[in-house]
Design a protein around this ligand. Structure first.
Ligand SMILES: Cc1cc2nc3c(=O)[nH]c(=O)nc-3n(C[C@H](O)[C@H](O)[C@H](O)COP(=O)(O)O)c2cc1C
Ligand SMILES: [Mn+2]
Length: 479
């Protein structure tokens, strides 16, 4: 293991030169604007940001942004020590790691640092934590944007951990938006069908690997805590709440224990979201009644700032979606997948798959699976299949393939009534049906006359080596 918990992780990120601390900043729009401008302007990998001495809040009560906005920080989190100099290479390493690691059952312990402070019932004041008002048109302060929501399937032992946005309401209630089809949504449906409240734990600040797992499309039935344990090579240490019966990590910064009751709603949103819009209007959503709060001394809340891309989540989303789609394609039996890249400005929505064509129809299979599988299906819009000489991460390469190996009349298929979401800006605000259409684009050389396809006019690899040797790698901007 590369690090031990969030605080050690922060020391290691600092040692990499990728941590900046800012003091005396206002939670009211200033934090959000600083993160937004930095993440849009700073090429290519901005630092992680810690805010301390936040206006109106106790010194030491901190907010962290940008955990996963550099390959080095993601590598630290995953314990990747292999050298890589290309983001697709890193994605392949993560994919291999995912395949090799078997989920490790979480391990129960009795106590942890999170018990340093406990407040129940009337002593609860969630407004003590420095949650930001992130965007100018947000409907409230979002305390949960980089957190864990822990729920249990009422019909089995499955403990799910997901990230679903949470807006502060008052001293002890929080609105939560869980999209249809998400695992906590399915749990909630089951409790509510029996007219029961759903117990829930919320963790605001955790080992970054736990959050990484919570934001990944881990298959139904597998706990993200166990998935994180598998990646870490050590089980996630959890404490079982005597209020909710649900686990929470022993090294959490802040834990909120509570429940969501059927038939109770409060207004939630709007919120600037990952597609880059205030996509869904203010609407009635369920809320969490918090019964007890646990926190470490000087707690750190973990935040994200989704907005017009690029933002704090775009690299994470691109890497995780790409690796999980890659895995699902292999599991579906698609041979010779050479690269998958869900492009940063449209993670999930714009996915490029590179294959080595082996048989007629291979391209279509690859495109349909990539655009409809669990990891790739949610709000997908364009899936482009390219030959393996195309670098799926390079937009100029992809546009070249589209422009020269795709005949729109023949090579674009449209799938209708597919899994979208309330955050899809193309769905009319009055619609309650979150379906979209999507294009699957074949930008490969036609299989049946591939050998007669014009030859690419580029320097051969022997001649390339020759000139690089002559003038040196530096001359060509190569490392
Ligand atoms: C910072 C962040 C915020 C997110 N917010 C939401 C949200 O508000 N609602 C939602 O349904 N999904 C949201 N997601 C996506 C889910 O966390 C993601 O799809 C995850 O895989 C869901 O877990 P599940 O598959 O166990 O449902 C968010 C993800 C991240 C990383
Ligand atoms: Mn899940």
């Amino acid at each position: 293991m590369n690090y031990d918990g969030l605080r050690d992780w922060l020391d290691k990120v600092d040692a990499l030169g990728e941590l900046t601390t800012l003091e005396n900043i206002d939670w009211n729009l200033e934090m959000g604007a600083i993160v937004d401008v930095l993440y849009r302007e700073h090429p290519p990998y901005p630092p992680a940001l810690i805010f301390d001495r936040i206006k109106d809040h106790q010194p030491g009560y901190r907010a962290l942004f940008g955990h996963f906005a550099s390959p080095k920080r993601i590598a630290l989190t995953l314990g990747v020590t292999e050298e890589f100099d290309h983001v697709l290479e890193f994605t392949r390493i993560y994919h291999e790691r995912m395949k090799r690691s078997i989920p490790l059952r979480m391990e129960e312990v009795k106590t942890g640092a999170v018990h340093e402070n406990v407040a129940a019932d009337d002593d609860i004041n969630l407004l003590n934590f420095p949650s930001p008002l992130l965007h100018e048109k947000d409907g409230g302060r979002y305390i949960g944007t980089g957190h864990l929501v822990i729920t249990k399937d009422p019909d089995s032992d499955w403990i799910n951990v997901g990230t679903y946005r949470i807006m502060s309401q008052d001293h002890n209630t929080l609105s939560i938006y869980i999209g249809p089809g998400k695992h906590a949504f399915i749990h909630k449906q089951k409790y509510f069908e029996k007219n029961q409240a759903m117990p829930v734990n919320v963790v605001l600040g955790s080992d970054p690997l736990d959050w990484f797992a919570a934001s990944c499309p881990v298959p139904a039935g597998i706990s993200e805590f166990d998935y994180a344990g598998g990646l870490r090579g050590l089980p996630t240490k959890v404490i079982r709440s005597d209020i909710t019966g649900l686990p929470y990590p022993a090294d959490a910064e802040i834990v909120l224990e509570g429940e969501i009751r059927p038939g109770e709603f409060k207004e939630e949103g709007p919120f600037g979201e990952w597609p880059g819009y205030y996509a869904s209007p203010r609407s009635l959503e369920p809320f969490i009644r918090v019964k007890r709060v646990l926190h470490r001394n000087n707690p750190i809340i973990s935040c994200a700032n989704p907005a017009r891309p690029p933002h704090t989540l775009t690299l994470l989303r691109a890497i995780t979606r790409s690796a999980h789609v890659w895995e699902e394609m292999e599991r579906a039996g698609i041979p010779d997948v050479k690269g998958v890249w869900s492009h940063e400005p449209g993670p999930r929505q714009f996915t490029v798959v590179a294959i080595k064509q082996r048989y007629p129809g291979h391209v279509k299979q690859a495109g349909v699976i990539a655009s409809q599988c669990f990891s790739g299906g949610y709000q997908n819009r364009f899936t482009i299949v390219v030959d393996d000489d195309i670098d799926a991460t390079r937009i100029d390469d992809v546009v070249w393939a589209l422009s020269t190996r795709c005949d729109p009349a023949e090579d674009i298929d449209i799938q209708r009534r597919s899994w979208s979401s309330a955050l899809d800006p193309m769905i009319h605000p009055d619609s309650k049906v979150f379906l979209n259409s999507r294009a699957i684009i074949d930008a490969c050389r036609p299989y049946e006359w591939m050998n007669k396809f014009p030859e690419v006019a580029e320097t051969s690899s022997d001649l390339r080596k020759q000139v690089i040797t002559k003038l040196g790698r530096k001359f060509f901007g190569l490392r």
